[in-house]
Design a protein around this ligand. Structure first.
Ligand SMILES: Cc1cc2nc3c(=O)[nH]c(=O)nc-3n(C[C@H](O)[C@H](O)[C@H](O)COP(=O)(O)OP(=O)(O)OC[C@H]3O[C@@H](n4cnc5c(N)ncnc54)[C@H](O)[C@@H]3O)c2cc1C
Length: 430
């Protein structure tokens, strides 16, 4: 019961529609009450060390690296738990996409009895143990809505709001570490006729399992790792999924020659140029999976690693979805033109009835909404403007952890660098 309440509160803090409603209610309230009736309090906190925004794996890694150097810090988290993306916004069947050795945070390995690809629950347990081991206690239910550098005092000022909206805190600190993640907000596309559609429409961040869709016809929009896995999950729950494929995509087997595709690629890159490794990956994929374009999944003209490096687009690691497409259990469809009450019209002129639509349309960074600065983060996509591996450090004590498009491995690299840099800064002052 307690867990359910926690999950509901946490989800509400992450749900844009709920927060919009709350804001409207609050606006309405404040217009009808006198200032003395508004019980909002403001407090100011001077922080000795850095403030980290976000208690996901990146924020935890940064805090642990600082702890190892005896540098005190605080973490502000909008949700009511650590790793809210994993605890509240992912589906039940999720496992780490990459082998566990590539997903470790600094100073702590995964337990040896965990499988190569730990389940979501195992990963959450690992993160909880990690926070416990380093004595990391984030301040939960605090959403940072504004942060800017005050050049008069040489410090960052952050404003956070409690989830109930009754407490505002201003934090003043020398160093600000942004750890709000590449996946802070769900991306929901504008589809014509969306209000007319009578069935369920849900982003993957709110999808838990195919159980709810048993016996139903479901359209999954987006063919990244999540979209492909949701289709498989729906099949396993006797639903009938179709997959909207709008772009070209690289699908690779999760394992090749008895090794993880990711691990093998990393190893090959030590000896061979990227183009050659891409060629190798594509040949083995073709031998193992066949020609994916025959199934409606065209490959991009750039190789999978080259594309990842240039655009950050991750190849799909197949865990069985392709076999279901080949077997006709999952149909591939082009982009949606518009929705009607029970029907989806596709751009090729075909119309089909569906009971529900799952939007596997990804996430975006929320940094431009709350961080007021011009030099480090792009206003367009909320990522550091300097390319990897130089995006972790900005001006005036501003840092970013977990924006490398290189998953947990990239976050760990950032976290270590940031702690070293802040330690150096403190030593120079001494
Ligand atoms: C389905 C899925 C599977 C994945 N699988 C893998 C994998 O196998 N291996 C891998 O390396 N990566 C994987 N990733 C990438 C994933 O992004 C990382 O695993 C990891 O969660 C990133 O950690 P993070 O701390 O940077 O971001 P997040 O986990 O998103 O954490 C950011 C935290 O910041 C909080 N926050 C956001 N805005 C504010 C604010 N304004 N104020 C206060 N708090 C705020 C959020 O509530 C959240 O708790 C996967 C991602 C998804 C979506």
């Amino acid at each position: 019961m307690d867990y359910c309440l926690r999950e509901l509160e946490g989800k509400q803090a992450n749900d844009p529609l709920f927060m919009k409603k709350m804001n409207n209610n609050n606006n309405h309230k404040s217009s009808s009450t006198t200032p003395s009736q508004v019980y909002e309090q403001t407090q100011r906190v001077f922080v000795h060390g850095p403030v980290i925004v976000g208690a996901g794996p990146s924020g935890l890694a940064a805090a642990a690296c600082l702890k190892e150097k005896n540098i005190p810090c605080i973490i502000l988290e909008r949700s009511n738990c650590i790793a809210s993306l994993w605890q509240l916004k992912t589906y039940d069947r999720l496992r780490l996409h990459l082998p566990k050795q590539f997903c470790e945070l600094p100073f702590m390995e995964f337990p040896s009895n965990f499988p190569t690809y730990p389940s979501k629950q195992q990963f959450i347990k690992y993160l909880e143990d990690y926070a416990e081991r380093f004595g990391i206690r984030p301040r939960f239910n605090e959403t940072v809505k504004n942060a800017e550098f005050d050049s008069k005092i040489g410090c960052w000022k952050l404003k956070s709001f409690s989830s109930k909206g009754d407490l505002t805190t201003e934090y003043v600190c020398r160093w600000l570490i942004v750890a709000t993640g590449e996946n802070a907000e769900a991306v929901v596309p504008n589809i014509e006729g969306v209000d007319e559609f009578d069935g369920i429409i849900r982003h993957t961040s709110l999808y838990k399992s195919g159980e709810e869709f048993r016996g139903k016809k479901v359209l999954v929009v987006g063919c990244g790792n999540s979209g492909m896995e949701v289709c498989l999950d729906l099949c396993n729950h006797d639903a009938t999924p179709s997959l909207v494929v709008r772009d070209s995509v690289h699908v690779l087997p999760r394992e090749m020659l008895g090794k993880s595709t990711f691990g093998l690629s990393m190893w090959l890159l030590k000896w061979f140029p990227l183009r050659l490794v891409d060629r190798f990956l594509l040949i083995v994929s073709w031998l193992m999976l066949g020609d994916t374009s025959q199934l409606g999944l065209d490959r991009p003209s750039l190789g999978p690693l080259q594309l990842k490096n240039l655009s950050g687009k991750t190849p799909v690691l197949d865990v069985g979805t392709l076999a279901k497409i080949k077997g006709g259990h999952i149909k591939v469809r082009p982009s949606i033109k518009r929705l009607k009450r029970h029907t989806v019209e596709f751009i090729d002129g075909r119309s089909e009835n569906f009971d529900g639509i799952i939007l596997a349309t990804g996430y975006k960074s929320n940094v431009p909404y709350w961080l007021k600065e011009e030099d480090m983060f792009s206003k367009k996509d909320g990522f550091p403007m300097k390319p990897f591996p130089n995006g972790w450090k900005g001006k005036n004590g501003l840092y970013a952890v977990g924006f490398t498009k290189r998953g947990l491995l990239g976050a760990s690299m950032d976290a270590k660098r940031i702690a070293i840099d802040i330690e150096r800064c403190l030593e120079a002052e001494k």
